[in-house]
Design a protein around this ligand. Structure first.
Ligand code: DC
Length: 227
């Protein structure tokens, strides 16, 4: 049986960076499940399919081939044989993905694919529903949290660095909207699993968060090896 670490939490908590660093340190396979929802969204956008057209989406899902490959610790998303790692981060996909990710037909297709990934070895999987739905029996469950205001401050800072013109208030309001969509959706909402350990990164640096989670994982690994 593989060792499974589930990292859930909203966007803007540093989840992606933290998961990647932990994977490198602990030799775990890093799986970013958001990339899979982004692939589905990109395919539908490319085919001109709207989120309300479930028949067409279901046709897409029947044929879709999503592979997450690892290259020097970096995850690549391969959609129907094409590397779309950059395309899935476009503003268009950003704007649509939460709606596609809320669809039952989409989640019913992605969840079993994510469960299968355990067969490749010890994994650290990040998303929104990993500890609650995908791997309810994960060895370690972390819920990475952060205040809405701090998440907005971080995103605002990134925007400034990238030369994107926004105000802090605009960023905060978009984060609040997205948070509401993710936490209030009917299927697999973003909620803390009962047995997840909450790590609040609001006043912590990335390294402090990594150290804290690394200690939690190491303790569990020791327990598992001894038991
Ligand atoms: O983590 P991210 O921003 O790349 O995720 C993209 C979208 O997919 C976001 O709207 C949340 C959603 N998602 C999800 O619903 N379940 C997951 N396990 C991972 C991501």
């Amino acid at each position: 049986m593989a060792f499974v670490v589930a990292i859930d939490g909203p966007a803007g908590t540093g989840k992606g960076t933290i998961t990647k660093l932990l994977a490198e340190k602990l030799h775990l396979i890093n799986i970013d499940t958001g990339a899979m929802y982004r692939c589905v969204t990109l395919e539908c956008i490319n085919k001109g399919i709207s989120v309300s057209d479930e028949n067409k989406i279901s046709e897409v899902l029947e044929k879709i081939d999503i592979k997450l490959k690892h290259d020097n610790g970096r995850q690549k998303a391969i959609l129907n044989g094409v590397d779309v790692s950059e395309d899935i981060r476009s503003p268009k996909v950003d704007g649509e993905v939460a709606k596609f990710a809320a669809l039952k037909i989409v989640r019913d297709k992605m969840t079993p694919l994510q469960r299968e990934m355990e067969k490749d070895g010890n994994i650290i999987m990040e998303g929104r529903d990993i500890g609650t739905v995908v791997f309810p029996n994960a060895d370690v469950k972390i819920f990475l949290d952060c205040s809405l205001e701090e998440r907005a401050r971080r995103r605002y800072k990134q925007n400034i660095e990238k030369g994107i013109q926004t105000t802090y208030e605009e960023v905060l309001s978009s984060i609040i909207k997205r948070h509401k969509l993710e936490t209030e959706r009917e299927i697999a909402p973003l909620v803390k699993a009962e047995d997840a350990i909450v790590v609040d990164s609001t006043n912590m640096s990335i390294n402090e968060v990594v150290d804290k989670i690394e200690n939690i994982i190491n303790l569990k690994l020791k327990e598992k090896n001894n038991g």
